[in-house]
Design a protein around this ligand. Structure first.
Ligand SMILES: Cc1cc2nc3c(=O)[nH]c(=O)nc-3n(C[C@H](O)[C@H](O)[C@H](O)COP(=O)(O)O)c2cc1C
Length: 187
């Protein structure tokens, strides 16, 4: 059976952010399910603001090629002002470079969605991400993780202390591999 590739994309501009920690945990579960994995930390990609005619930087090229090669994706954004962060949206805007690929954008790719909120608006960021997945012709898995009051579940050193959260992240990582395996087998 083909080994599927799962790319985790997210985090915030804050070093050691809660969103990168949760993304790493879900990606770890995808690797345990047999996927080849790659983590794209938005902060480390150092992406310029999307500009149509700009020569792609190293970070832009890495983002675009990793996503193009992925069968499955895990996205994780913090909630900023009731939506996804500007940095995460900017990374999504750069996926416009997949418009000239065949198949375009996220066709036949499966996406698992996570958001980390300080309050209780996690689902709003999930819904925004879901709109983007649909716009890019991808498929979301039904299990989504809007993580409210994330600071209660993750220590400042990045340790996830909430067992329920660990289990949910594990389930999502495994589910993305399962769904990506089925969809990529038919593509
Ligand atoms: C600019 C900014 C805006 C935020 N807006 C919201 C918000 O609207 N709702 C909410 O629940 N949390 C909000 N938060 C809290 C973050 O969602 C929360 O701290 C999140 O875990 C940060 O993720 P990070 O550790 O990956 O940076 C905001 C934080 C910042 C810095």
């Amino acid at each position: 059976m083909k080994v599927v590739k799962v790319v985790g994309m997210g985090g915030s501009m804050k070093p050691g952010s809660t969103s990168i920690r949760t993304l790493e945990a879900a990606l770890h579960a995808a690797a345990a399910a047999g996927a080849e994995t790659e983590l794209l930390d938005i902060r480390l990609l150092d992406l310029p603001i999307y500009t149509p005619d700009l020569e792609p930087t190293t970070g832009v090229r890495r983002l675009v090629e990793a996503v193009a090669a992925a069968d499955g994706l895990l996205w994780c954004s913090p909630v900023y002002h009731g939506s996804i962060s500007g940095a995460f949206k900017n990374a999504l805007d750069w996926l416009e470079l997949l418009s000239s690929r065949e198949p375009k954008y996220l066709t036949d790719k499966v996406v698992g969605l996570i958001s980390t909120a300080g309050g209780v608006q996690g689902l709003q960021a999930i819904n925004t991400m879901e709109f983007v997945v649909r716009a890019l012709r991808g498929w979301t898995v039904p299990l989504v993780l809007p993580l409210d009051r994330t600071w209660q579940a993750i220590d400042v050193d990045g340790t996830i202390r909430d067992e329920g959260l660990k289990n949910k992240l594990w389930q999502l990582g495994q589910e993305v591999v399962r769904a990506a395996s089925r969809l990529s087998a038919r593509a």
